[in-house]
Design a protein around this ligand. Structure first.
Ligand SMILES: [Zn+2]
Length: 470
């Protein structure tokens, strides 16, 4: 523990210039956030002409009829135009908020509100909660019309929207209540750990963030999510007895997957996009299949999709991603103290000398995150790269099940998975022509063309191996 502390202390020493040098942090944030937004706009401009292609790639020729392909191209084009416009609008708003010194005003306003109820400046956590509520309301104002347009105009036009206005409003309110009920206590606990642990907060906060998702959070999520939160939005019902249930239970049994419950979810209530997933504790897991997937694909094909999902479990992909995110959080926290104890840093964003002399943790953390924006773009590209490798590994797992289990019933998994993927793709009108740089930056999954090619190569390799054995 002491080695860790001395390493962290050295790092803080290196970063001590943050507290002493007059750096125009505001200008840096403006330039770097615009750079990220303009880069993302550039990616959309690279991708955009591909929506004018009149025929799908060769591997997909037999799967798409002209009408469906045309529909998917039009949907892709509309979404790209929308993202291009919204990306710029959001950036203009963020930029204006920083330029106008909005965050300093919001902190003072938070103080006035809590002061009105008799809590002075010494109640930093109370004022932080008021400050967060103000930011939440201000950020919701532009995002509501955007999401109304997206749901009721864009998705509606292409036949995806199943949300009614009343469902939209109740969903929004439920999300807000959940945000306050879960977010408020979480934020308070987070800030409390900072206050309590002082400068040695990094390991303690890691312990909190680690324990929280691992135990308290995960356990409460495992229990709360399916029983309390998910039912607020969707209906989970046990998958009825039949071919799919039998197949899934048999597959889970063969792989020793600790299947506790098998659910069907009414995803089609809001949208026709469809999928399947699993969740739960290491010794007791639940599988959830969307009703849309069940409706569109044959049981043998849904089984292949589940084989892919179980591939994620077998290769411990969720755990690996959790570890990566812990390292990521640790690195961010290790750099933070240099910015927390730097009045100059807050002064650069128009905070008064009085506030800046004892920087509130939440304010310093918020501004610190803005500094990280361009780095985070690199991190998320890296995580997408890893996630695409995991998808490829899960696909291979499904293809190799027949040999792994020595079970002839698992034959043609690759073909079945391919058919299910194509069906999902056609149904969701997903884009089939993708620019490589756009895909590298944005996509957590390989494109359909890449996946079908890989499935084909696993099959060729397997056939080769079988021949060799003969
Ligand atoms: Zn996957």
């Amino acid at each position: 523990m002491d080695i860790l502390h001395s390493q962290l202390a050295t790092l803080q020493q290196r970063l001590s210039f943050v507290a002493t040098d007059p750096i125009d942090w505001k200008f840096y944030v403006q330039v770097s956030s615009w750079a990220v937004t303009l880069f993302e706009s550039y990616l959309l401009l690279r991708q955009y002409p591909l929506y004018s292609k009149v025929a799908p790639p060769k591997v997909l020729e037999n799967h798409f009829d002209t009408a469906v392909f045309r529909k998917s191209q039009l949907y892709g084009r509309d979404k790209a135009r929308f993202s291009f416009f919204i990306g710029l609008v959001k950036q203009v708003i963020d930029s204006a908020l920083i330029f106008s010194g909005f965050y300093a005003c919001a902190w003072d306003l938070g103080g006035k509100i809590t002061g009105y109820f008799g809590y002075g400046a010494e109640y930093e956590i109370t004022q932080s909660l008021a400050f967060s509520a103000i930011l939440f309301i201000v950020s919701s104002l532009p995002s509501i019309p955007i999401s109304v347009y997206e749901t009721f105009v864009l998705e509606e036009k292409h036949g995806f929207n199943k949300t009614t206005p009343s469902l939209f409003i109740t969903d929004l309110l439920k999300n807000w209540v959940l945000g306050f009920v879960i977010g408020g206590p979480f934020l308070s606990a987070f800030l409390y750990v900072f206050k309590w642990a002082g400068d040695r907060f990094v390991p303690w906060l890691m312990a909190f963030l680690w324990e929280e998702p691992r135990l308290a959070f995960q356990i409460s999520m495992v229990i709360l999510y399916p029983t309390v939160i998910q039912p607020l939005f969707n209906k989970l019902s046990p998958l009825p007895a039949g071919e799919l249930r039998t197949r899934t239970e048999a597959l889970a049994g063969k792989l020793k997957f600790p299947l506790k419950h098998l659910y069907e979810i009414d995803g089609s209530k809001r949208s026709s996009h469809s999928n399947a997933y699993f969740f739960g504790l290491p010794w007791s897991k639940h599988i959830v299949i969307f009703d849309t997937l069940i409706k569109e694909s044959k049981p043998a094909e849904v089984e292949a999709v589940l084989a892919h999902e179980l591939g994620h479990w077998y290769h411990m992909h969720p755990t690996k991603l959790l570890c990566i995110s812990q390292v990521h959080i640790f690195t961010i926290l290790a750099f933070f103290p240099a910015f927390l104890h730097a009045p100059q840093f807050l002064r650069a964003f128009d905070f008064s000398a009085e506030v800046a002399s004892r920087p509130p943790t939440i304010v310093a953390f918020l501004l610190f995150q803005m500094i990280l924006t361009p780095l985070e773009a690199f991190v998320s590209t890296g995580i997408n790269f890893i996630s695409r490798r995991f998808e490829w590994e899960a696909d291979r797992f499904a293809c190799e099940l027949q040999d792994r289990l020595g079970d002839p019933e698992m034959e043609n998994m690759g073909d079945r998975l391919g058919r299910a993927l194509v069906t999902l793709h056609v149904k969701n009108l997903s884009t089939v022509w993708v620019d490589w740089l756009y895909s590298a930056y944005h996509h957590s999954h390989p494109t359909l063309t890449e996946r079908l090619k890989a499935l084909e190569s696993f099959k060729v390799k397997r056939d080769g191996d079988v021949k060799k054995e003969l």
